[in-house]
Design a binder for this molecule. Sequence first.
Ligand code: NAD
Length: 240
Amino acid sequence: MRGNKVRQGINNIVILTGAGVSAESGIDTFRSAGGLWEQHKVEDVATPEAFARDPDLVLRFYDMRRERIQQVEPNAAHYALARLDAAWSGNLLLVTQNVDDLHERAGTQRLLHMHGEHLNAWCSACDERHLWRGTLIDRPACPACGIAGQLRPDIVWFGEMPYRMDEIYHALNHADLFVSIGTSGAVYPAAGLVREARKKGIKTLELNLEPSHGASWFEESRHGPATELVPAWVEEMLGG
Ligand code: NAD
C-alpha cells in the first residue's frame, strides 16, 4: 500500500491512537515502563477498587499526571493527524485511548476520547463534568452542586466501560480504512477493533514502534517512531 494506491477506494477512515503517539512529547507509555506507571502497579492506581481502597494515592497519581500533560507539547504525529483531519473530505474519526489533550491542542476536531480525559473532573454526586487543570487531592467542591470530596478524575479505569462505543462501532461499520497508531493492542475493547475491521473487509494498517500484540491482524504494519511514520503516511494519504 503506497502512494496513490493507499487512497484507492478510501473515503471513510477510523484512526485509533494510543500512548505511543504521545511518547515523543515526553509522556510515558504504560507498557514501556514494564507495566508500571510512575512506579505504581496499574491495579493500585487505575481501577475503581484502588480508588475505594486508597483515594489519596489515586488522586495524587492523577494530579501528577494532569500537571505533567500541561507541561508538554504536541509532536509531529499529532500535527500530521490534525492536518489529515482538516484536509480529508471523507468521514474521519480519530478515536484516542489517550487521556492527554495533545490531539486537540494540535488541532484535530473529529476526535473522541474513549478512555476519558485528564483535564476533566467528574462529580459522583451530581454527574456533572468540569474542565479541571488543578488538583483534586484537596477535595474541592463541585462547581455545579457544591458538594466537596465527590470529584474524581474523568478517566475510564480498568474494569469500567469505555465511552462512546456505539459511535466507534458505527464509524467502523462505514469505514474503508482502519489505522492503529502507537498502541500495544493489549487493552480491550480498543484492541479488538482491528478484528472487527477485518471481519468487515476494511483495509487495516498499523503504525507502531514495534509489532503490537495484534500485529498479525493487520494487512500492513510499519514500524518506527510515530513522529516519522505518521507524517509520511499522512503525506501519502493527501497525495504529497
Ligand atoms: P501502551 O503503553 O500499552 O502501548 C504503547 C505502544 O506504543 C507500544 O506498543 C509501544 O511499542 C508503542 N510506542 C512507544 N513509543 C512509540 C513511538 N515513539 N512511536 C510509535 N509507537 C510507540 O499504551 P496503549 O496501547 O495506549 O494502552 C494503555 C492504556 O494506557 C490506554 O488505556 C491509555 O488510556 C493509557 N495511557 C494513556 C497515556 C496518554 O494519555 N498519553 C499514557 C500512558 C497510558
